[in-house]
Design a protein around this ligand. Structure first.
Ligand code: ATP
Ligand code: MG
Length: 417
């Protein structure tokens, strides 16, 4: 992509109305645009990051036999009436202009909707287990929407639901999802802790959350320094400085961002929607369910909160919008421009993801500042100086390490790709 043509521009100053680091850097970098408090548009650069995160999630979900589908954002009252969740104060009601009262809510979660669908197709133990997920916008009337992508009034969530014939089959899958989630966050460049937590408006049982330790996180968790066991303050009996109940290691208290949450649902939803199956002896039983959420935007925000420096974002490899940032410093030398164009074309031909700073009206200093702000992992600089050595300068955004790379290697060297 040519930077001269990209929809969205870098900004020198952070917007005055933003307080969070993720919103400031993402808006300055041209990744997102704030439409309203807690309501953001993803500009092309930001959408690439979000799509990378979605790709990782899809790959990991498909690998555990979860099937992707897509459900409506308009959720009719009858669904939430069945579980007495219509009056939960989380949602936005959706009312036709000419209607006096709302018969729909904008979906803030989809347990009811999917359970109703599943009751049509699950009849026998042979139909189980089953797991289905979607990546979709959720709507919640968040009153404290001041944390950029960490807390939106609308946000993109991956929600997975699983259906099982027995508690042991469910527990087995829950452990598989746990491992998969840890892997997803690792691939997104995040270190997470697995936290015992409350069930909120979903279940009376305990649930598990995935937390990124970070001072701006709105959750408080107690974590064992030795074994990593963690509990959310909401339910914890642990104390900072005390001993871990599992290994007697030292407990610390930390702020944390909840990026994922998994829920044992038992038969609460299946009973509400008559989701039964005939077991192998022909006897009717309730289906056992679980649900599993990840906030994609919040994950993106958590990456920015934890991976940045004074100059800008430092994207981890697999969530980066592009692999390379090619910067040409032509100093009015047309040969530099010509060579830069050639390298750009080589990258495109090879399918290498590259953002090419071809802007003629920016100084070297401005280009470098923008490259640091945008935070692509590897910067390639071509200038008169590097060309005199038939090379480009290759700089690692994270370590700051600089090397020279022969231009011929860009065409030949597999390690470059
Ligand atoms: P919180 O306690 O932070 O309000 P929650 O526990 O209500 O979140 P869940 O219902 O567990 O959220 O949603 C699953 C996932 O969706 C969360 O782990 C988080 O990653 C994401 N998420 C939830 N609410 C928001 C929001 N307002 N903005 C962005 N992401 C969100
Ligand atoms: Mg949660």
């Amino acid at each position: 992509m040519r930077q001269s043509q990209i929809f969205g521009k870098t900004l020198r100053e952070a917007p005055k109305d933003e307080v969070s680091v993720n919103a400031k850097l993402l808006e300055r970098g041209g990744f997102i645009y704030k439409n309203s408090a807690g309501v953001y548009s993803y500009l092309p650069l930001g959408w690439r990051v979000l799509s990378k995160i979605a790709d990782i999630i899809r790959e990991e979900m498909n690998a555990i036999s979860a099937q992707e589908m897509f459900m409506p954002a308009l959720v009719e009252k009858k669904y939430l009436d069945a579980t007495s969740r219509w009056d939960v104060g989380i949602g936005f009601e959706a009312r036709g202009k000419k209607e006096k009262s709302a018969n729909f809510v904008l979906g803030w979660t989809h347990e009811e909707v999917l359970t109703a669908i599943a009751s049509k197709y699950i009849n026998s133990y042979k139909d189980l287990p089953l797991a289905a997920y979607q990546i979709q916008t959720k709507f919640r009337n968040e009153l404290r929407a001041k944390s950029g992508l960490l807390r939106g009034k609308e946000f993109i969530m991956k929600d997975l639901y699983s259906f099982h014939a027995s508690e042991s089959d469910f527990r087995n899958y829950y452990e598989i999802v746990k491992k998969t989630y840890l892997n997803i966050f690792k691939r997104c460049g995040l270190k997470t802790v697995y936290t015992l937590a409350a069930g909120g408006d979903y279940t009376a049982e305990n649930t598990h959350e995935f937390h990124v330790l970070c001072p701006v996180g709105e959750d408080v968790v107690f974590v064992c320094l030795k074994c990593g066991y963690a509990e959310n303050k909401e339910i914890s009996k642990l104390n900072a400085g005390g001993k871990c109940s599992k290994c007697a290691g030292k407990i610390i208290k930390e702020n944390a961002i909840e990026v994922g949450n998994i829920f044992p649902l038992g038969t609460k939803y299946s009973d509400a929607f008559n989701l039964n199956f005939l077991n192998s002896k022909g006897k009717k039983e309730s289906v056992i369910m679980g649900s599993y959420g990840i906030g994609l935007g919040r994950t993106m925000g958590a990456i920015v909160e934890t991976l940045h420096d004074d100059n800008g974002i430092i994207w981890p490899e697999f969530a980066a919008p592009y692999k390379f940032h090619l910067v040409e410093l032509k100093n009015s030398n047309p040969v530099v421009k010509k060579e830069a164009e050639k390298i750009y074309k080589t990258c495109l031909d090879k399918g290498i993801e590259v953002l090419y700073d071809d802007r003629d009206d920016k100084s070297a200093g401005e280009k470098f500042a923008d490259a640091d702000l945008i935070g692509i992992p590897t910067r390639l600089v071509i200038s008169e100086k590097t060309l005199s050595k038939n090379s480009v300068e290759i700089k690692n955004r994270k370590t700051g390490k600089i090397n020279l790379l022969k231009i011929s290697n860009i065409k030949n060297d597999k390690s470059f790709i």
